[in-house]
Design a protein around this ligand. Sequence first.
Ligand SMILES: [Fe+2]
Length: 349
Amino acid sequence: MAQVVVDADALAVFEEQMRLCKVRAGETVVVLNCAGEHVDHVHALMVAIQRLGAHTMHVSVPRDRTLAVGVQGRHPLVGHALALETCKRADMVVDLMGLLFSSEQLEIQAAGTRILRVMEPLHVLKQMGPTEDHRRRCEFGRDLILRSRTMHITSPNGTDVKYGLSQYDAIAEYGYTDIAGRWDHFPSGFVFTQGNDHEVDGTVVLAQGDIICAFKRYVEAPVTFTIKKGYITDIGGSGLDAMLIRNYIESFNDPRGYAIAHIGFGLNERARWHQFASSRSLEKEHVMNALSFYGNVLFSTGPNSEFGGDNDTPCHMDLPMRGCSLWLDDVQVLHEGHVVHPELRFVAA
Ligand SMILES: [Fe+2]
């Protein structure tokens, strides 16, 4: 009989993670992946889940090779009724496939199943791993957003943009989930919402060192987005970055790709901005270091379907920025990239 070797570090990481998710005896946790992908994670997760006395099963579906890499909301569960039904009947799904921005993910959540997305390699999981303090601060940030009517962001580089708030929910993404029907991503550490339809106006300037997640690339020359009524009306800049962004969005041939998507700020003090400059395994990494970086503003374009909006364009760009100031109504959260709100600030033990 074939034996599976499980990395001791991976087992320890996932066992702690499953404890934070309150996986317990009598529950069933589905581990979902695309065939052949994240296989080490699959094995370690299944052992970790069993150690906590829960049932586990592995649901694996072949990846559709016709889909472009990086396209959001399109995944192999589309049209796969049996796999989808199995996920909906589980207490929890560990998603190694990437269901985000899809109606299938919302359907699984609506069935009461909690979902934990895991896509990063082990060294990033260990480096960024969640704490209960991340949860406390992210939930505080979410509540602050939900009490606010506007978000205003500025930067010394020329960003000055306002979002009308109240139409959509806010999400605290802290890296684990113990609530029925709730989604999270291990690792994380940021909060975000979606501006009201037609109520995002102003200018966003990507400056040197900001990150274009779709390309895992640092901005070298400024890119200026002019935004009117929730849509980008112009992408200015003479450098390569502006050219690549214009070309990327154009390639989808979908006007909804110019919409403004989620907006928020990072709170994970363990995340590293320089990660993409120094990592030796960059091609295996996702972008959670950039999205979660303490004091960033995470600006993004494209879909709003994760908030129940009607824009499900596959053209999505995450664009984390440093050095911004951010206000929720008249409450200042960030000052030039520093977290200044006392309840959101990380304090070392
Ligand atoms: Fe995003």
